[in-house]
Design a protein around this ligand. Structure first.
Ligand SMILES: Cc1cc2nc3c(=O)[nH]c(=O)nc-3n(C[C@H](O)[C@H](O)[C@H](O)COP(=O)(O)OP(=O)(O)OC[C@H]3O[C@@H](n4cnc5c(N)ncnc54)[C@H](O)[C@@H]3O)c2cc1C
Length: 482
């Protein structure tokens, strides 16, 4: 029997392991393990996977269960240590071969090695695939060891060498249904988990919903044509694709997105936005390859550049940031949105992340862990890679980055709708003071019905003084490491 181990690939389109398993003429089943590690607490004291992420995952799995059912492929689920659960399934079913996608990540690589060993013991084979990126690793014009040191260089090399994604694979063909009682039990279990989860998410999970969103953004509403100009808008849902939760969970293949994007490219005036969106997808690839290459370094205190920065582990300050109560409305709006629905726009992420590290000086890994817990599009390589970049310890050589916690409001939230939506305490504050309400006179505050320190906090630190302090710490640390 062929066994397809589902990891971050909760779909049936563009799924080579499934296609090849079904082409093998052997009966095929699939399995997914809810990884117990996600129930562990982080150093900062919260669970690694929040209810929103879990809910989105359950929705992806419910849809996969249905889609696999239509192909005659039963799906089993369990929770625990992935290798132990796979070992157990190899005992319960006559598994001769396991097929799965490889993933970047330390724990992921440990699981792959553990599965290899378990399969050897069970005298079963293993077949590994790459499907998490747009570009297949074997098609890179350099070895992983020679991965360029900046995304810009990486993109340039790929464009120069005209490296393109491979074609997506055909849809899997169905098999004579393999009846397993456990398939029905899986459906009931997933429904129970779904009913028990109360979380709200920006979008709903599942392959069908992913394909619907793509179709809408690319072809029906055609908002994609304005991607280059609008992608940094903070509040508007259609300003960017919002495909990341499905791509990260594997309900949507990045290659499928690229294929459909090429159809858009043929349209008049589409080139600039299409190319910009392709760049975004390539940036995701870059972070994936970076994690494949650098492994543990992507989680180290000093990051890839091994800069021995002193980070604070101040829980009170960290909690004010997590809950969106720093007194800087632009930071707080993004953080509140993240907590409420598991998503916030790219520039809101950048501002919030850089504020934690480059103003508050809190350990970047605490912030990355908070994002990991709450983002429904969490992708370990993109998240940790982005955090390192903003803290000045990742790829590129951008050094210390100033945080536009006030000025960026005028650029990215020019009419203040984003801040007013997520920080309603500031509803009556005029736009000129919206991003820095602490600068208002007492009279202005009264007129805006704002009792600072009561309705909304005073700034947790002075932006200028704290930035100056962190800049000095950063420069000292860079000097001491060179
Ligand atoms: C601190 C920080 C943490 C982040 N963590 C994650 C994460 O865990 N998972 C994640 O998918 N993205 C992450 N991002 C990148 C980016 O913010 C999101 O991909 C983007 O906001 C998703 O919205 P969208 O689907 O509308 O993107 P679009 O702008 O429509 O882009 C299309 C796709 O390209 C990819 N993409 C877009 N921007 C980036 C980027 N800067 N880096 C890498 N890939 C990108 C995503 O897959 C996205 O769905 C992070 C950014 C920062 C600054």
């Amino acid at each position: 029997m062929e066994f397809v181990w589902i990891r971050h690939d909760t779909r049936v389109h563009d799924h080579l392991p499934l296609v090849e398993a079904l082409a093998s003429e052997q009966p095929v089943m699939a399995g997914f393990v809810f990884d117990r590690r996600n129930e562990e607490k982080t150093e900062a004291g919260f669970q690694r996977m929040d209810a929103k992420r879990l809910r989105f995952l359950i929705e992806n799995l419910l849809e996969l269960h249905q889609q696999l059912g239509l192909l005659g492929v039963p799906l089993v689920v369990s929770s625990g240590d992935p290798v132990q659960e796979l070992r157990q399934w190899m005992k319960e079913y006559p598994v001769t071969n396991i097929r799965a996608y490889r993933l970047p990540g330390i724990e992921e690589a440990e699981d792959e090695a553990g599965l290899e060993e378990a399969a050897r013991e069970a005298e079963a084979g293993t077949s590994w695939y790459y499907g998490d990126t747009l570009i297949h690793p074997e098609d890179l014009p350099f070895s992983l060891e020679d991965l360029p040191g900046s995304f810009h260089e990486f993109e340039e090399k790929l464009l120069e060498e005209k490296v393109e994604p491979r074609h997506e694979v055909e849809m899997p063909r169905e098999q004579t249904p393999l009846y397993l009682e456990e398939h029905a039990a899986t459906g009931e279990e997933l429904m129970r988990l779904f009913r028990d989860s109360q979380a709200e998410t920006l979008v709903n999970g599942g392959e069908k919903e992913a394909l619907r969103r793509l179709d809408d953004y690319f072809f029906k509403s055609r908002h994609v044509l304005h991607y280059r100009q609008r992608r940094n808008e903070m509040l508007e849902f259609d300003a960017a694709s919002k495909l990341s939760p499905w791509i990260a969970g594997g309900a949507l293949s990045p290659r499928y997105v690229a294929v459909r994007l090429e159809e858009v490219r043929k349209e008049e005036d589409a080139e600039s936005s299409v190319q910009r969106l392709y760049t975004s997808l390539l940036k995701r690839d870059y972070f994936h390859f970076l994690l494949y290459k650098e492994k543990e370094k992507c989680f180290a205190e000093g990051g890839l550049r091994k800069i021995p920065i002193e980070w604070k582990k101040d829980r009170e300050v960290f909690e004010a940031w997590c809950s969106g109560n720093t007194g800087y409305p632009l930071v707080d709006a993004g953080m509140r949105q993240l907590k409420a629905c598991g998503h916030t726009a790219d520039c809101a992420r950048r501002i919030a992340a850089a504020f934690l590290t480059n103003v508050l000086g809190v350990d970047w890994r605490w912030g990355a862990a908070w994002f990991e817990a709450h983002l429904i599009d969490h992708d370990v390589s993109v998240n940790y890679g982005s955090w390192m970049e903003l803290a000045g310890i990742g790829t590129g050589d951008r050094g210390f980055q100033e945080v536009g916690a006030v000025e960026d409001g005028r650029t990215y939230d020019p009419d203040g709708t984003f801040v007013k939506k997520w920080v309603p305490e500031l509803e009556f504050v005029p736009l000129e003071h919206l991003f820095s309400p602490y600068l208002m006179s007492e009279k202005d505050r009264k007129e805006a019905a704002l009792d600072l320190g009561h309705d909304y906090p005073y700034p947790i630190v002075s932006l200028e003084a704290a930035t100056q302090e962190r800049r000095e710490i950063y420069s000292r640390s860079v000097r001491s490491s060179s």
